[in-house]
Design a binder for this molecule. Structure first.
Ligand code: COA
Length: 260
């Protein structure tokens, strides 16, 4: 089993070290977003990787949002392109064939909250704070916040967060379903690794097919979603890991999955 750990804001891995990094609370600029997409694509192409973990460098922030300096240079035309670019990167994360876990280790604001929302699972440290503060800057969320936040926590709570710009702490994020679990400060990455190890120990074809079925939820009605689930279930029944998993249960032994 293996997981890829993608650290946002690590100066050594920034394409533009003179630009935004850990000291700017891992804010996302164009180069960082490009690197992020590249890292997700590479992790998906790497046969040794089963699960991907995203976290922020340092203890203060996951990601404090889009780079406000870069944002301030947008106009009506460039702004749309700016949003579409970020959305494309976050769509790549959401569409990842391998599970992506966000280890939210501090501020997840604006694009940081949207980044966490594009991941399949969110683990929050108790010092994490989530928010969509774009209205404070006179702009709206552009990297999927209006759409994904409403789908995850419901339209009323999403409207409150987006229209007031108020942050929610980790306990509140857990209560409203924005965080899957809350762990002690400094423990989010380890908790994500533990969860990744648990997922990686399963039959990987089943993990990926289940993720594929889950990804259909926002796009499909129930009838179409159930038909898709049945088709993917059938595919999972044709795998070696299905034969091994069921045989191991019946023979009262641990399965030896091969990923086929
Ligand atoms: N873009 C660019 N720079 C950012 C940034 C962002 N999104 N968020 C923080 N920074 C910079 C700050 O300007 C500051 O830079 P400086 O040291 O050169 O002054 C540095 O990061 C540290 O932030 P600071 O504000 O001093 O820390 P704080 O603990 O007082 O506050 C926040 C932390 C996250 C509450 C605050 O930085 C903030 O509100 N950031 C903007 C969040 C936001 O609006 N995100 C959505 C953008 S669309």
């Amino acid at each position: 089993m293996s997981y890829a750990n993608i650290l946002i804001g690590d100066r050594d891995r920034c394409a533009a070290p003179s630009s935004l990094c850990i000291d700017k609370l891992n804010a996302l600029n164009h180069d960082t977003l490009t690197e992020l997409k590249d890292a997700i694509t590479k992790a998906n192409d790497n046969a040794d990787v089963d699960v991907i973990i995203l976290t922020g460098a340092g203890e203060k922030a996951f990601v404090a949002g889009a780079d406000i300096k870069e944002l301030s240079a947008q106009d009506a035309v460039l702004g749309q392109r700016f949003a579409l670019f970020g959305q494309d990167v976050f769509n790549t994360i959401e569409q990842s064939a391998k599970p992506v876990i966000a280890a939210v280790n501090g501020f997840a604001l604006g694009g940081g909250c949207e980044l966490a929302l594009s991941c399949h699972i969110r683990i929050a440290a108790e010092n994490a704070k989530f928010g969509q503060p774009e209205v404070n800057l006179g702009v709206i969320p552009g990297y999927g916040g209006t759409q994904r936040l409403a789908r995850v926590i419901g339209p009323g709570l999403a409207a409150e967060m987006i229209l007031t710009g108020d942050m929610v702490n980790a306990a509140e994020a857990l209560r409203i379903g924005l965080a899957n679990r809350v762990v002690a400060k400094g423990e989010a990455l380890q908790s994500a690794r533990d969860m990744a190890a648990k997922i990686a120990a399963k039959g990987q074809p089943a993990v990926r097919l289940a993720l594929q079925a889950l990804r259909c939820v926002p796009q499909m009605g129930l009838r179409e979603g159930l038909a898709t689930e049945a088709a993917l279930f059938g595919i999972s029944c044709g795998t070696d890991d299905f034969k091994e998993g069921t045989a191991a249960f019946l023979e009262k032994r641990a399965p030896a999955f091969t990923g086929k």
